[in-house]
Each structure stands twice: as C-alpha cells, then as structure tokens.
Design a protein around this ligand. Structure first.
Ligand SMILES: Cc1cc2nc3c(=O)[nH]c(=O)nc-3n(C[C@H](O)[C@H](O)[C@H](O)COP(=O)(O)OP(=O)(O)OC[C@H]3O[C@@H](n4cnc5c(N)ncnc54)[C@H](O)[C@@H]3O)c2cc1C
Length: 454
C-alpha cells in the first residue's frame, strides 16, 4: 500500500484530498515564492487525526507543511516538493472564553478577527492585530509570532501564549506551558514554539491570555509633507513618553502609487502620513491625545484628521491597512521585506530606499509600524527583474544592519529570508538553532525547507 492509500484508509477520503484542482489551491502563499503543488492536503477534524497523519507520513519521510490561511509573506506556507499540507480549516472552534481567568482556548484554524469580535462581545481584549486579521489564523499567528500595529503598546503574539498543544514530529501529542499568569517550570517551550514556523511541531490548540477591553479609543491621521517631519514626530512622541496603541507610517512612494485609491481625502502635498491610535481608561488618555496634536503640528503636519465615530475610524485605518492590497493590485511581483531599525533611523532608511531605487531600477514602497521601527520595504518588480530585486533587497538589508537593525521583524524567515538569517546570526547561534530543529524533528519532516538552508 502507498502512503496515500494508508492515509486515506486511516482518515477517510473526505479528510485526505488529492484531486488536482484542490491541490492547486495550496501551492502558494501571499509571498512571491514560486508555487509548489502538494501531493495531498489533509484536513484533520481533531488532534488525534493529526497524530495519525504524522505517524504514517513519518514512516515514509514525507515533508509536512502545516497551514492556516496561507497569508505568509515569507514563503513558509508553500509546501516542500513531494510533501503534503495539513490545513486547519476544520479545526476552527473557539472552545472557551473565560472572563474570570482572562483567557481563551482556541483551535489553530480560528480566524484572528473572529476571535477579536468574540472576546470584545464579553468586554475583553485580545491585542495582536496583524493587518491580515480578517483572513489569517491564530495557529499561523503563533507559528509566525505575528505582530501588528498594536505590538507597540501590547507586544506580539508570544506575549499572549499561555499554553500550547502540539503534535511533535515523532507523533506525540503534548501540552507545553500552563494556563496560569505565571509559570517557570523548566525551559520556556511555549516561547520556543511561538515563531518556530511549523519547523518544531504542529500546533493543535492554543490557550491565550486576554485583557480587559479598554473603554476609550481615539484615532488620528496626521499628514506630513515628507518622511523627515513624520520621523521627527515619531521620535518626539517617544521621547515625551507617549505610548499609543498604534503608531503607523506610510511613505511617499506608497502615497504616489496608491494614495488616490486608499486615502483620497489626504491634503494636496502629502508626502507621508502617520496613523496614531490611543486606547485607555482615564484622564491620562486625553492628555496624550492633546500632546500628540501639539507635537505633530509643530513638526509641520499639513492636516490632522480625527476619527469622531466608528465609520471615520475604519476609513482612516483603511488608508493604512489598504496599502499592501492596493500595491498588490498594481500587477507587480512583490518581495516583502520586513526590517526593523532603531525608530530614530527610519528617515535614513527611507532615504536609502530612494538611492536603491535609483541605482537598481526597481520600485520600492515602504510602510509599517513606525512605533516599533518595523518598516515593510516592498520591492516591486516585473518578470525578468529577479536579479535586480535580489540586489535591492541586499542593499536595503545591509543598510539596516549598518543602522543597528534586523532583517526580519514579524513576517518570519520562511524560504525567502533563509540566506539573510544565515548572514545575520553568529555562526555558533545558527548551528545551535539547527541542532534544536534536529532534536525536535529527527527525521526532518516538518517544514524542512523553512528557516534553514539545506
Ligand atoms: C495583507 C497582509 C497584511 C499582513 N500584515 C501583517 C502584520 O501586520 N503583522 C504580521 O505579523 N504579519 C502580517 N502579515 C503576514 C501573515 O498574515 C502572518 O504571518 C500570519 O500570522 C500568517 O497566518 P496564516 O494563518 O495565514 O498562516 P500561514 O501563512 O498559513 O502559515 C504561516 C507559517 O506558519 C506555519 N503554520 C501555520 N499553521 C500552523 C500550525 N497550526 N502549527 C504549526 N505551524 C503552522 C506554516 O507552516 C507557515 O510556515 C500580513 C499578510 C498579508 C497578506
């Protein structure tokens, strides 16, 4: 019997799919990584089915790629040639929301935005908010340690993971961590699995920390003539001790390319904008808003647009969240770089992207989480310009390293940033990480093509 026949016998044809049309839908993610059609897609209904699948696939050394919604921007959800996908669309239940202990227990396929709405109905709050939140899954967020605009004040996914249920590469179903606020019994395995991009284990259940929902929220879009005045505003806000829930940035290249589509209300001459959102409980909240107005005006803001109601707030957020989908709509292939620099160096980075554009001859457009210094530099290129794109990426990342930054902030390494990871990490650390991978996955079946070069 072949491995596929054994899988079908153990799990049923409804769970193990291999019709070509179905497989085609799992060949790509949201990055520009080349498509790879999997041999089969498994849609487990529970963790026991994941265990059964792993035990069979392990015998035949078949590579496994766990998959949420495939919104990865680094190629990590594209399967390995000859491999299978385990997709979590049927494991998408919110099992528990506990207001007394401030936690939620969910299956990995839950859509992040659905979790937000479910907890907010109970006056609770789950902060991680990747801009893809209406499509991406909690399992994918944990696997990537996803961030988002609110990471500035509230941290990334790892700050909310209490306990994980994981199916290991050897077919064990284990829980790591505890559903308590504190826990120090042994190494911090939940943190190790968080951000491991499906290379160490398959996440089948997640217990997440929740917060009380802040009752007040204020959103403001500040338009500036250029990135330097926007950058000065960011630096001064941080220096003055302001802590917005989000402090987002869009550069003039994005505005030139898609501004009319996503933010037609921007005043003439806008060369950059900041989206600032505060949330909170008391009077200090209003004071922060006032100081922000004062700083932005003094640094040359052309206009300050405040959201007085929910529909205006959504419109202002669309100006930021809509940037990437609008860039994608231009018809270029996009390499999504995800660099982090010290906040004060953002204007230097943007000036450098202009130089790269001039020297290399591909378009670069940048936006991102200014409060974290996490800037998504998008290299827009056409078929046949792959070498130019790679050259542009290298020039950007080398500048980032020179500025004291890092090549990857929140989108993972996947397959597209493996070489950058190898160059960024000290050789001893790189080898140590490979040894950790080998310890968890002795047969090398879990996303063997992700993170590490062969
Ligand atoms: C428009 C857009 C905006 C985005 N904005 C942000 C942002 O603001 N912040 C941010 O951090 N990211 C952002 N992303 C990137 C992406 O949405 C995140 O990385 C997200 O966490 C991926 O979730 P997913 O469910 O789509 O996972 P997938 O893309 O399916 O998978 C991602 C990785 O996780 C692994 N994986 C998935 N599920 C599991 C599981 N159950 N167990 C083990 N491994 C698993 C996969 O093998 C793969 O390596 C954005 C993407 C897009 C397209």
């Amino acid at each position: 019997m072949t491995w596929k026949e054994r899988l079908k016998m153990a799990l049923g044809e409804e769970v193990v799919r291999d019709d070509p049309h179905h497989l085609e839908g799992y060949a790509r993610d949201s990055s520009d990584a080349p498509a790879v059609v999997p041999e089969a897609v498994i849609h487990p209904r529970n963790a026991e089915e994941v265990v059964k699948a792993v035990n069979i696939l392990r015998e035949y050394r078949i590579p496994i790629t766990p998959r949420g919604s495939g919104t990865s921007l680094s190629g990590g959800a594209v399967p390995h040639p000859g491999g299978v996908v385990i997709a979590f669309d049927r494991m998408a239940r919110i099992k528990e929301i506990n207001a007394d202990d401030l936690l939620a227990v969910v299956e990995p396929g839950v859509i992040t935005g659905d979790l937000h709405r479910a907890v907010e109905e109970m006056n609770l709050f789950y902060p991680p908010d990747p801009a893809s939140l209406e499509t991406c899954t909690v399992g994918g967020n944990v696997a990537e340690n996803a961030g988002g605009p609110r990471a500035l004040k509230y941290g990334t996914t790892k700050h909310y993971v209490l306990e994980l249920e994981v199916v290991t590469a050897t077919g064990e179903r284990v829980k790591v961590g505890k559903r308590t606020k504190k826990w120090v019994v042994g190494y911090d395995l939940p943190s190790l699995f968080t951000g491991s991009e499906g290379t160490l284990g398959i996440i089948t259940e997640v217990a997440l920390r929740l917060l009380p929902r802040p009752p007040k929220r204020f959103t403001l879009l500040a338009a500036f003539p250029d990135e330097v005045s926007a950058g000065r505003t960011v630096s001064e806000m941080v220096r003055r001790g302001l802590l917005p829930a989000a402090l987002e940035f869009v550069d003039h290249k994005c505005i030139e390319a898609v501004g009319e589509k996503i933010a037609p209300f921007l005043p003439k001459g806008t060369g950059s904008f900041l989206l600032v959102e505060y949330d909170g409980f008391g009077p200090e909240f209003e004071a922060q808003v006032e100081i922000t107005y004062e700083i932005a005006s003094r640094n040359g803001s052309l206009e300050l647009l405040a959201a007085e109601d929910e529909s205006t707030r959504r419109r202002l957020w669309e100006a930021r969240r809509g940037v990437l989908p609008a860039l994608e709509g231009l018809g270029y292939a996009i390499r999504h770089e995800d660099v982090v620099v010290p906040r004060s160096r953002i204007p230097d980075l943007i000036a450098h992207t202009e130089e790269v554009e001039r020297k290399v001859g591909v378009k670069l457009a940048s936006f991102g989480h200014a409060g974290d210094g996490n800037i998504h530099v998008n290299v827009l290129y056409e078929p046949g310009q792959e070498e130019k794109m790679e050259r542009a990426v290298n020039m950007v990342v080398e500048k980032v390293w020179e500025l004291g930054g890092t090549s990857a902030g929140e989108h993972g390494i996947g397959t597209l940033k493996r070489e950058l990871m190898r160059r960024e990490l000290p050789p001893f650390v790189y080898t140590l990480l490979k040894d950790v991978k080998a310890l968890f996955d002795p047969d090398g079946i879990l996303n063997p093509h992700v993170m590490f070069l062969p």
